[in-house]
Design a protein around this ligand. Structure first.
Ligand code: E4P
Length: 214
């Protein structure tokens, strides 16, 4: 399973990349705005830090505009994956872009049917938003189970990026279901690494080591 970091915070990306567990980065307009930096500044830097798929989102609403933006974004770096919203116009854009060899990540997916259509259009990745479904009282992880089954049944090459992750249990559930990728916010990655028994164990070993005759 690949792990992407879901942030546009350059200091966080730098730190988490140094852990050696990050395969790629996902951003969106909200995350770029939250970084307090310009799009260009963020993007130029991310490619220097992480050598893996980096999702950058278009902001056009019509297929023509999305395709134009996608082509510009794809010129930035070989690792660019263009994030396209799951709309009819988005599907049209994905079809054209996939024929031209531009990688796409269909975002704002909230059902298995949407994921199926995105895969049919030729999406490289689909991003089902689990946390936002949980937020409205649905069982978000259920659509991951459905999408994994459907893609497996028909041998779709489209990869599933479990998105809108809120806590470490989401990551375990996604991994058990066999999702290809989980994109994780820095706060959740920090929780994943921690266990109080590890901290107690390290402390005790270091204390005991002091009592070993030198
Ligand atoms: C995925 O690529 C999105 O950036 C992200 O997971 C959205 O999650 P949110 O619901 O926390 O905004």
């Amino acid at each position: 399973m690949q792990i992407f970091v879901d942030t546009a915070d350059l200091d966080e990306i730098r730190e988490l990349a140094s852990w050696g567990v990050i395969d790629g980065v996902t951003t969106n307009p909200t995350l770029i705005a939250r970084s307090g930096r310009s799009f260009k500044e963020v993007v130029d830097e991310i490619f220097k830090i992480v050598d893996g798929p980096i999702s950058l989102e278009v902001v056009s609403e019509d297929a023509e505009g999305m395709i134009k933006e996608a082509k510009e974004l794809a010129k930035i770096h070989k690792n660019v994956v263009v994030k396209i919203p799951m709309t009819v116009e988005g599907l049209k854009a994905v079809k054209v872009l996939s024929r031209e060899g531009i990688k796409t990540n269909v975002t704002l997916v909230f059902s298995a049917n949407q994921a199926l259509l995105a895969a049919k259009a030729g999406a490289t990745y689909v991003s089902p938003f689990i946390g936002r479904l949980d937020d409205i009282g649905n069982e978000g992880m259920q659509i991951i189970e459905e999408i994994v089954d459907i893609f497996r049944n028909y041998g779709f090459k489209t990869k599933i990026i479990v998105s809108s992750v809120r806590h470490p249990i989401h990551v375990i559930q996604a991994a058990r279901l066999g999702a290809d990728v989980v994109t994780i916010p820095p706060t959740v990655l920090r929780k994943m690494v921690k266990h109080p028994l590890t901290d107690i164990g390290v402390k005790r070993f270091l204390e005991d080591w002091k009592r070993v005759p030198k």
